[in-house]
Design a binder for this molecule. Sequence first.
Ligand code: C5P
Length: 237
Amino acid sequence: MEKRTELYRGKAKSVYTTDDPDRLILLFRNDTSAFDGKKIEQLERKGMVNNRFNAFIMQKLQDAGIPTQFDQLLSDTECLVKKLDMIPVECVVRNYAAGSLVKRLGIEEGQELAPPTFELFLKDDARGDPFINESHVVTFGWATAEQLVRMRELTLQVNDVLRQAFDDAGLLLVDFKLEFGVFKGEIVLGDEFSPDGCRLWDKETRKKMDKDRFRQGLGGVIEAYEEVAQRLGVPLS
Ligand code: C5P
């Protein structure tokens, strides 16, 4: 597989074209950003940890029958993925109250949410990724009603699989964000799953083990990511 030109540079990953028009290479960088890119730092080893973490999770989801864009690990910081037509909508599931839900609705942080909530946000940095609802998605053509049903179904399936996997590792999957795209007419899970895009708390102590350590300046960011990886059995180099 030949890596060609940079197609897109995101806040933490770069996307490259390849000699196969249906495949892209994702490069996980050490850049770490929060607050719509207002806080940016380089964290040593983060690209490698997130790339390997993502590969492990995507393989687990694929094994559970969830279609993902992931094909294979290429190096410490790169993987090969299917080229999707991305849907500009973020799907967020919450098992416990935290983050923007606490701010928006005044729910107490840490309260268990049963059943879990399912929320949609528009991917639009300039507008701070606004909260949207299902009718917006369909009316403005970001996805069809059928695609949206599938995105919700897959997101809840991901929650079932990963909640259990993290629980077995002594961690609470508090919430997470997924992005989807279309590949050959099918809705497929895209982007990444790493501690950058989810909240994970230690089950006993409720210590934060995810990007909130960076957002809140708690320190020990990569150490926490590595501990999560080690508890899950993700091989790191
Ligand atoms: O900020 P909020 O509480 O809505 O975030 C919910 C979840 O989605 C968190 O796990 C957060 O890391 C993730 N998220 C993300 N990218 C965004 C917004 C939220 O990964 N742009």
